[in-house]
Design a protein. Sequence first.
Length: 156
Amino acid sequence: MIMIRFFFFLLLFSPGLLIPEISSAQSLKPVQWTFTSKKITDQLYEVRMDAKVNGNWHIYSQDGGEGPFSTTFAFTQNPLLNIDGKVQELGTLKKVFEEAFGSEVRYYEKAVSFVQRVKLRGKAKTNLAGKVEYMVCNDKQCLPPAEVNFSVNVGG
């Protein structure tokens, strides 16, 4: 289903699907990610996954709306910690009706922080590992969904 939505969107924003357009789009890297952790209490940490979005690109929310590929996080199971709640979003959320999708979509421009709280099960030093999958668009095109693996130290 996700791939069908993505290809539908590509068709709408890239009439003719010219090979040079796709090749140049894939070489772009409009998002830089940084991953950090902050101790809240002895066993509670906040892991920040910050996305800096360059130029006129935007990255979709975890609830991007009907059509675009929403940002998703998948965490690797770790017996030394528990995920505490859902990933929170910090940034200026834009809600815009996009004719290409025929619906309202939700995204961030310039920057957004995704924050996940984790609880340690002891006093060990460990990490929160996983991957983020996301898609960026501008007013002319969307890039294929991208995936970034990460590992952030917590505890110790």
